[in-house]
Design a protein around this ligand. Structure first.
Ligand code: A3P
Length: 289
């Protein structure tokens, strides 16, 4: 990746896409942003289930009602704090604020660490993240278009992709488990048991929903429903930013798609690096199946 190209810039060593971020927006998020005790943060490394969690949180706090999720784009109702557009969207939020972030721990707002705010950190099998990100970079016109998966895989393993290293991101947030109010959620659990996951998320948030409301959250957050919802499927993004002819943001929505993309040698290379980098996190990989 040409990290200092007109597509990306480095902030504290992490590549950020210029289109949605600048130094001021990242400085503001880290140093000035005031976290409130009743804020709820959905944090992810890109392509790990960000949009899905935005939809779930919107629906949970709407008690299953779909009016908001059908009328306001996801980036406006659960905005990113680090993006330039935060200045526009965050002040409009009402309490409790639902906020998204892709920031690694070290760049997250300092005020968070003395607050009681809640965080849901969603993780996904990194091989599937890598494949999803590969396709996403082809779709989005302001990101470098990777022609060759093998080259992209090397960049991913080196952390030379947007938002840097998956390994560092996940480890930084997993390391907070005894210090902050955090729930770890996997994409795979959402796929396997969406209802059970919604109940667990509600318990963590202290949100009491009746059975009908839970059913409605689940029905409105399936892959099919979200793919048909123009407030969630990114079809509202102008075609000079996203090439809608090339594919969909909500692409496949499955786990294990990496098996269709990786060669055996690539998979072995990935596993070896995973073992080296994640040796402190034994057993984590069992959560991604
Ligand atoms: P794929 O590209 O593998 O299909 P993010 O929102 O973090 O950018 O992640 C996008 C990925 O989450 C895409 O993965 C997308 O299809 C998937 N996704 C979003 N909503 C989903 C849902 N309701 N069910 C399953 N997968 C979903």
């Amino acid at each position: 990746m040409a990290k200092t190209s007109d597509q990306y810039f480095l902030y504290d060593g992490i590549p950020f896409p210029c289109i949605a971020h600048n130094e001021e927006s990242l400085d503001f998020a880290r140093n000035m942003f005031q976290v409130c005790d009743d804020d709820v943060y959905s944090i992810t490394y890109p392509k790990s289930g960000t949009t899905w969690m935005q939809e779930l949180l919107t629906l949970i706090y709407s008690n299953g009602d779909q009016t908001l999720s059908r009328s306001v784009p996801n980036w406006e109702r659960v905005p990113w704090i680090e993006q330039v557009s935060a200045q526009m969207y965050v002040p409009k939020l009402t309490s409790p604020r639902l906020i998204t972030s892709h920031l690694p721990l070290q760049l997250f707002p300092k005020s968070f660490f003395t607050s009681k705010a809640k965080v849901i950190y969603t993780m996904r099998n990194p091989k599937d993240v890598c494949v999803s990100l590969y396709h996403y970079c082809q779709l989005v016109l302001f990101l470098e278009n990777p022609q060759d998966f093998d080259v992209f895989l090397s960049s991913f393993l080196e952390g030379d992709v947007l938002l840097g290293s998956w390994f560092d991101h996940v480890q930084s947030w997993l390391g907070t488990k005894d210090q902050v109010n955090i729930l770890f959620q996997t994409y795979e659990e959402l796929l396997q048991d969406l209802r059970g996951s919604v109940v667990r998320i509600c318990n963590f948030l202290g949100k009491e929903l009746d059975e009908a409301a839970i059913d409605s959250v689940v029905e409105n957050a399936t892959f099919k429903t979200m793919k048909d919802n123009k407030m969630t499927n990114y079809s509202l993004v102008p075609s000079d930013f996203m090439d809608h002819e090339k594919g969909s943001f909500l692409r496949k929505g499955i786990s294990g798609d990496w098996k269709n993309q990786f060669t055996e040698a690539q998979s072995e290379r990935f596993d070896q690096i995973y073992q080296e980098k994640m040796k402190e996190m034994k057993g984590l990989e069992s959560m991604f199946t």
